[in-house]
Unconditional design. Structure first.
Ligand code: SF4
Length: 213
């Protein structure tokens, strides 16, 4: 990563952190994904249960493997063998002690913007787990709320549609979002989290490095 970009993100992260604190979030500035993983691991009690939502950033961090290695109680839908079991495990994850997720976009003023298919990720972010660890790269700080929602809808969601190999949605056929209502649509819930009711419940790992979609 170029030094000027790192400096720019570091300066923006320092300003954003103050705004996140005002919204009852707990920001932690991390130089890279490895540091974010380590900081989250330090904060997760080894006796607690951990659930997680689908996220490239979480996957790339390697935190799930490390939690398994240290014997953490994991609520893991990827270990299920049927859709029914997967659904039950996803419901259980909503009452885990800790939940790991990423954030699709964040405004310069500190609002969190997420777009979700099933809705489990935004549900857990909103209520349920006692602690949420949300990983987000400074690259995903897009500007004001309208711009951030637009970027998440026009950029992140179509990228996710390609990653998931959807077949019939406009974002796959034409490469741009067509605001679809199709069965395959992954943009069923757009959630804006403007403040946390419980102070410091949501730990935001602000990553200087460019990671995730
Ligand atoms: S709303 Fe439909 S077309 Fe737009 S990004 Fe989501 S899945 Fe693709």
């Amino acid at each position: 990563m170029e030094e000027y970009l790192r400096e720019r993100y570091a300066s923006a992260a320092a300003s954003l952190s103050k705004k996140l604190v005002r919204r009852n979030f707990q920001p932690i500035i991390c130089q890279n994904l490895e540091e974010a993983k380590e900081r989250a691991l330090e904060k997760i009690d080894q006796n607690q249960s951990v659930g997680f939502g689908g996220s490239i950033t979480i996957e790339q961090s390697g935190i799930i493997e490390e939690l398994y290695q240290r014997g953490q109680k994991m609520i893991d839908r990827e270990k299920t063998t049927s859709p029914e079991e997967r659904h039950q495990v996803m419901k259980q994850a909503l009452t885990a002690d800790c939940f790991l997720t990423s954030i699709n976009g964040i405004t310069e003023d500190g609002e969190l913007v997420n777009i979700d298919s099933v809705g489990n990720r935004v549900a857990a972010l909103t209520y349920g787990p006692d602690k949420v660890f949300a990983f987000v790269s400074m690259r995903k700080v897009y500007g004001d709320l309208n711009t951030t929602v637009e970027m998440v809808r026009r950029n992140t969601a179509p990228l996710n549609a390609h990653r998931l190999s959807l077949e019939k949605t406009p974002c796959i056929k034409k490469g741009t979002c067509g605001d679809c209502l199709q069965a395959e649509c992954i943009c069923n819930t757009i959630a804006i989290t403007r403040r946390s009711m419980a102070k410091d419940r949501i730990v935001i790992l602000l990553i200087i490095e460019e990671v995730g979609l």
